[in-house]
Design a protein around this ligand. Structure first.
Ligand code: BGC
Length: 473
């Protein structure tokens, strides 16, 4: 077995240094973040879209009703039928999901919307009861949209590697409604929600201390509750200043100007070779879609450019395929505590045809750790910034996504970094709660159903702020 050479150790230490963001830098990034949140809410705007969403209240857990929710995410289309039972925070759910094929992500608009409508059609075939009821539909569209109304949304730009033509700059709601009509799908599309706002509302449904919702999945983003009086770009609408409004930050676009984030050459390559260079700079350093790719680029760099004997004499052609690894490799590595690292070896052998010896294992384990830690520390800057802006000393953050749900260390590192940035005192007792607790939410599908219920209820009560009147057949 090849031992780990001193030169490999030195190279790994350099790599770790490249990915280390110290506490002072975290604080500086977080301060800059606060300014960017403010700018995004101003009339002039900034690089953070800070999209008002027309969700103007939080639930109390007693909401009631049955809804279909359909989520278009970065990887899957998920359909749920959700019944809010009206008993504190209870609900019933039936769900199905379909992977979004690669070609659909860059198809034309009609093909894309037909695919999405087809998923809903299949769901209703499986559940004829739901079809008969002609239920209200709540759409979760996990991309940045400008919403003048809760039932409309103009796509600002695709993210997460999507490139469907003819959708950017258009209202996605009529497009989807037409696709539903082409297939005569009996639902009425009532609201459009982002996955972060849906997660925020799902968590608030269960825990009234929730103020922020985050997604740590294929993409990364956050939403929080603002007061209309603190949103200068909505001043012309003369909304009640104390009326709450959920804001979808779209924080993936943080530091698109590249002023504060410490990017490595791997981050630069990812950005340069993406369909949208210069956009979503923060997201490209922290989101699941990109973490596996950063890891792959590191391994390849060590193999190709450094005389340290990584995968020496082996065929690395599979490792050369862009995006052949996703962030699940980071969780797999972190979870494999066996002495001989059986799972890691098996993964590399079966997926990439590569044998991991001691040298490769050392690199794999340490590289995956620093990549993950950097991501968790950077997203902490965003959460800390929202808490600072709002003056929250304590709150709950509802979260969802593969990184927070599957990686054994992500949440711990994130909370530890919040402690450092926000200068929390050390815990007296390990079981004490942290001032800001990250909680896995009941799912964005649940949140979207609650959003639909809150919206339809306020319309019935005569509050039609941000609701577009449309006739639906
Ligand atoms: C999108 C956001 C979304 C996030 C998480 C980002 O790429 O722009 O709208 O909330 O991914 O899915």
């Amino acid at each position: 077995m090849a031992a780990v050479s001193n030169s490999l150790r030195r190279q790994i230490e350099k790599l770790e240094a490249q990915f280390t963001v110290d506490d002072e830098k975290l604080k500086a990034i977080s301060r800059h973040f606060v300014g960017e949140l403010e700018k995004g809410l101003s009339k002039e705007g900034g690089s953070l879209p800070m999209n008002p969403t027309w969700i103007v209240s939080l639930p109390d857990g007693n909401e009631q009703g049955t809804y279909i929710t359909l989520e278009i995410g970065g990887t899957n289309v998920r359909v749920h039928q959700i019944t809010l039972t009206g008993r504190t925070s209870q609900f019933d759910r039936i769900s199905s999901e379909w992977g979004i094929p690669k070609d659909i992500k860059s198809a034309d608009a009609d093909t894309f919307w037909d695919f999405v409508a087809g998923c809903l059609d299949k769901f209703l075939e499986q559940h004829p009861d739901a079809r008969e009821k002609k239920l209200p539909l709540s759409l979760i569209f996990s991309y940045p949209v400008t919403q003048d109304h809760i039932n409309a949304g103009i796509l600002q730009r695709w993210t997460k590697g999507f490139n469907v033509s003819g959708v950017e700059g258009q209202d996605v709601v009529p497009m989807f409604r037409e696709a539903l009509m082409r297939r005569q799908i009996p639902v009425t599309l009532e609201v459009l929600t982002n996955d972060t706002t849906a997660t925020l509302i799902a968590s608030a449904y269960a825990d009234p201390r929730t103020r922020i919702g985050c997604i740590f999945g294929t993409g990364c983003n956050a939403a929080y509750m603002e007061d209309c009086g603190s949103i200068p770009k909505l001043a012309h609408l003369r909304l009640p200043p104390d009326m709450p409004m959920a804001i979808n930050c779209e924080w993936g676009a943080f530091d698109n100007e590249r002023k504060v984030l410490p990017r490595t050459p791997y981050d630069v390559t990812i950005d340069d070779t993406s369909p949208r260079p210069g956009q979503q700079v923060f997201e490209k350093m922290v989101a699941g879609l990109y973490l596996g790719e950063i890891f792959r680029l590191v391994l390849l760099d060590f193999h190709d450019n450094r005389a340290v004997g990584i995968f020496e004499g082996q065929d690395v052609s599979k490792l050369r395929e862009p995006y052949s690894l996703d962030s699940s490799i980071l969780s797999l590595v972190a979870k494999d505590e066996s002495k001989d690292h059986r799972e890691i070896r098996h993964f590399f052998q079966s997926k990439l045809g590569l044998t991991c010896r001691d040298a490769e294992l050392e690199l794999v384990r340490r590289a995956s750790t620093v990549i993950l830690m950097r991501a968790a520390r950077l997203v902490a800057c965003g959460i800390a910034a929202i808490c600072t802006k709002k003056g929250y000393e304590s709150c709950r953050v509802g979260a969802e996504g593969s990184l927070i749900e599957k990686h054994p260390r992500f949440r711990g590192v994130l909370t530890q970094s919040l402690r450092r940035i926000l200068d929390w005192p050390d815990k007296k007792n390990p079981n004490d709660e942290d001032p800001v607790e990250i909680i896995i939410s009941g799912g964005s599908g649940l949140g979207a159903a609650v959003v639909a219920e809150l919206t339809l209820r306020r319309i019935r009560e005569g509050n039609t702020y941000g609701v577009l009147q449309v006739a639906q057949s």
